[in-house]
Design a binder for this molecule. Structure first.
Ligand code: ACO
Length: 352
């Protein structure tokens, strides 16, 4: 039987560390000002979210989301002992694409130097914080049917350019950071039903679509974009909007339910799983999920404290961070559960 194997893993975060002490003083260009631009503070942010710092990409026009994806992809390919030319498919999840269209996967394909061979299919997926599990489900289906044999699954986000550095945007702005995580997946022949990618589930409830969103434009209208980007009264379409309490409640429910279903449907218990890697939206959400789903505390991996929420990147980034720390090892079985804008959510069980 053909099953899907994780061949390589890699991640990347930019060098600049933005602490909770610094963030109230940043202007829209991420330049530290003498006076506070946003009324927020370390205590509020840590108490509500667990975040202490996050990483920001340069804002000089030199870095796009596909550049962050490229660094993570190169590391995942090296880990898999493969070349970019070996890939026959890229699945890229992001809510901060390089431009509106085409998707960011084709920009990544070009930066990987494999555009002209034309042998690598490119998909962009728009499941926000759930992109890793949705993408893994797609990759698993493609590999098991023999459609593709070397798939690069990447989550990458350049959030810091689309946040609002003032009181209007502070509830969202303090949460997010930039980063990327990538996995290379391929087929293996095995009779072991627990091997490789063992389980994936993906869910959605579109009635929550406008509880967490970023419009930028409305294609139904003409002109579809009718504000001056420098006009603060009218430019709020440029920034994410969130009903934090509804997101919180739905995230806990979706992640608990998908985690419990993953164990029930596979017949696994926590003794069979080495690590629980939840999406990194907010440490309080993850603590609640762990409490309600009765997940052993010593199996839980987080990075939200120092990377913030990197949306599509959080799961591979967190696994790779803890692998670099020597905690996660090849052969470990991981249960990951995610929740994101849409609402979308799901879970996966796989062996690294
Ligand atoms: N600093 C200081 N004060 C703030 C900030 C900030 N950054 N943001 C909001 N406030 C203020 C509000 O304006 C409000 O002030 P008011 O009482 O004068 O009106 C006060 O703090 C309390 O606001 P609430 O919205 O009631 O705060 P709450 O306790 O709900 O915490 C939070 C807000 C942290 C956003 C919470 O709702 C939450 O954790 N939600 C989950 C959202 C999340 O994690 N999203 C991640 C992205 S989604 C995803 O990845 C799945």
């Amino acid at each position: 039987m053909i099953r899907t194997k994780v061949l390589g893993l890699g991640s990347y975060v930019p060098d600049r560390v933005v602490t909770n002490e610094e963030i109230p003083f940043l202007d829209g260009r991420h330049v530290r000002q003498q006076t506070q631009q946003t009324e927020t503070n370390d205590q509020w942010i840590q108490q509500r979210t667990g975040i202490k710092e996050r990483r920001y990409a340069p804002n000089d026009g030199s870095v796009a989301t596909s550049d962050l994806a490229l660094e993570a992809a190169k590391r995942a390919l090296a880990d898999a002992h493969l070349q970019a030319g070996d890939l026959d498919c890229i699945i890229l999840g992001t809510l901060s694409p390089d431009i509106h269209f085409p998707g960011t996967a084709v920009f990544l394909q070009k930066k990987l130097g494999i555009a002209q061979s034309t042998n690598c299919a490119c998909f962009d997926i728009r499941q926000q914080c759930s992109a890793f599990v949705y993408g893994l489900q797609m990759a698993d289906a493609f590999i098991r049917t023999g459609m593709y044999k070397r798939i690069l699954l990447v989550g990458a986000e350049l959030h810091s350019h689309a946040l609002e550095y003032n009181n209007r945007g502070r509830d969202v702005m303090v949460l997010f950071g930039d980063g990327a995580g990538a996995m290379v997946l391929g087929p293996m022949e095995t009779d072991d039903p627990r091997a490789g990618v063992m389980y994936t589930s993906a869910h959605a409830d579109g009635s929550g679509a406008l509880d967490l969103y970023l419009k930028i434009f409305e294609i139904a209208k003409l002109p579809y974009l009718d504000y001056d980007a420098t006009d603060r009264e009218r430019n709020e379409f440029m920034y994410p909007k969130m009903d934090g309490k509804r997101v919180f409640l739905n995230a806990v429910r979706g992640m608990v339910m998908s985690t419990q279903a993953a164990l029930a449907k596979t017949g696994l218990g926590w003794d069979d799983v080495q690590w629980f890697v939840p999406h990194q939206a907010n440490l309080r959400i993850n603590e609640k999920v762990v409490e309600v789903a009765k997940i052993p505390h010593d199996k839980v991996l987080n990075t939200i404290q120092f990377y913030g929420n990197t949306t599509a990147a959080t799961v591979p980034l967190t696994i790779d961070y803890w692998r670099q720390q020597g905690k996660v090892k090849r052969g470990d079985r991981i249960l990951s559960s995610v929740f994101g804008s849409g609402f979308t959510w799901g879970a996966a069980i796989f062996t690294l």
